[in-house]
Design a protein around this ligand. Structure first.
Ligand code: SF4
Length: 325
């Protein structure tokens, strides 16, 4: 790995990340056709952090003063120690975001989380028609998703939803926007389909046409310009390549932690730059910051921006150092 003489990044001044995005598991109770983590029932990664290791890492996050963490997966609700980890973080003063598919999230879970400093619960809402929803997310119940959203709001928690546009779901956008508003979401997250994991594998079947994307963007732009969306519309940067350009210009103060404790440089890239199980949080953060000064990572980002098909390799993890050996 070659160190470069690029200028300092803002993250170099920080002793810890401002945000930890933590995939508690790759396991999931669904097997969505577009899943970027290639999750499925009974498919945890080998060697995921144990309960004791996860709690110890949560303690490190608290001790380092990290202000904000997201618990995601896979599906975090299938992890037996999910709530313990959330409590350890939340009672330590870390604000939380929870990402869930809503299939096993009810009033009991919402009430428990409402005791903690939860900034938002994000639930997948890619369609308003139950059959369409289940085509993209086989086995999923849209009714359960709506119930989960209502439980979140009834407990006084902020709700955001996410919409993954594929050829299956993209025309459902107007109805999903109406539904999200009706359910009380404060934010609606979307953007172009990410060519990662199952989406990459099923790319030709799933990727919307240029015309479909144009119509999709037009609906979003109209809603945003009208000022009457009733919620924040988060869809920019729209394409992953644009996000990568921003990331390259100013790396985010975010640690992306995989279920086994390894740290990815970026969601779109397969490079591992640290390991919290091996090195602890403080060293992992230093390694992450240093990685952004290497020509290897800059070149990988430039290559990924030039050729979006490379995102298909995003889950073929390799050490950044090995990749350039
Ligand atoms: S997209 Fe989400 S809900 Fe679907 S399989 Fe992947 S992790 Fe599970």
């Amino acid at each position: 790995m070659t160190a470069s003489a690029t200028g300092a990044h803002q993250i170099d001044r920080l002793g810890a990340p401002l945000f930890v995005s933590w995939q508690l598991t790759r396991d999931c109770d669904l097997a969505c056709v577009h899943c970027c983590t290639e999750s499925a029932p009974g498919k945890p990664m080998a060697n995921e952090l144990s309960r004791a290791e996860a709690l110890a890492f949560a303690d490190e996050i608290v001790a380092a003063g990290v202000p904000y963490a997201m618990l995601c997966g896979g599906e975090p609700m299938v992890v037996p120690h999910f709530l313990e980890v959330a409590e350890r973080l939340g009672r330590g003063g870390v604000q939380l975001k929870i990402e869930t598919n809503g299939q096993r999230f009810g009033p009991a879970e919402a009430v428990q989380l409402a005791e903690l400093p939860v900034r938002s619960v994000q639930i997948s809402l890619d369609a308003d028609d139950p059959t369409t929803y289940a085509r993209q997310r086989p086995g999923a119940s849209l009714e359960k998703v709506h119930a989960a959203c209502r439980a979140v709001r009834a407990a006084g928690l902020p709700l955001e939803v996410t919409f993954a546009p594929t050829r299956v779901t993209i025309t459902e956008l107007p109805a999903a926007l109406r539904r999200a508003r009706q359910l009380g979401a404060f934010r609606f997250n979307t953007g172009a389909l990410m060519r990662i994991g199952n989406a990459a594998r099923n790319w030709r079947k799933l990727v919307p046409t240029a015309e479909q994307y144009d119509a999709f963007r037009a609906v979003l732009d109209r809603e945003a310009e009208s000022g009457e969306a009733g919620m924040e519309l988060a869809y920019l940067p729209f394409r992953m390549e644009d996000g990568l350009r921003q990331t390259a210009a100013e790396p985010p103060a975010t640690l992306l932690v995989l279920p086994d404790g390894r740290v990815k440089a970026s969601a779109a890239l397969p490079y591992i730059v640290a390991d919290v199980r091996r090195d602890g949080l403080a060293q992992a953060w230093r390694s992450y910051c240093q990685a952004w000064h290497t020509s290897a990572l800059r070149e990988a980002i430039e290559a990924a921006i030039a050729d979006g098909a490379r995102h298909a390799q995003a889950n073929a993890w390799q050490e950044l150092a090995e990749s350039t050996a």
